[in-house]
Design a protein. Structure first.
Length: 117
């Protein structure tokens, strides 16, 4: 199983990025997908998650209203649209897949997001 995250980069505060994560899961539409991030010296934190059918989503409080998670089950891909980026959003972003609620068993390699002030 492979999850490949891409779309990170360097952006100025207030800018936008769209992360994508392509998964090789045979039953992608059975998995809840999530985006996590880890900043230097900090623990990994959950940013956003989406249910298998896209109906149920979760967002970390600090990204609500700025980030949007979505998925395309036909393409085995999950997205994270990030708007109004802030320097504190700087981190390595990882996508992950959970067959059972809360148990993320498959992880991507991470993509760096850097927001300059």
């Amino acid at each position: 199983v492979q999850l490949q995250a891409f779309g990170g980069g360097l952006v100025q505060a207030g800018g936008s990025l769209r992360l994508s994560c392509a998964a090789s899961l045979r039953t992608f539409n059975s998995y809840r997908m999530g985006w996590f991030r880890q900043a230097p010296g900090k623990e990994r934190e959950r940013v956003a998650t989406i249910s298998w059918n896209g109906i149920s989503t979760y967002y970390k409080d600090s990204v609500k209203g700025r980030f949007t998670i979505s998925r395309d089950n036909a393409k085995n891909t999950v997205y994270l649209q990030m708007n109004s980026l802030k320097p504190e959003d700087t981190a390595v972003y990882y996508c992950a897949a959970a067959y059972r609620e809360g148990l993320y068993e498959y992880w991507g390699q991470g993509t760096q997001v850097t927001v300059s002030s």
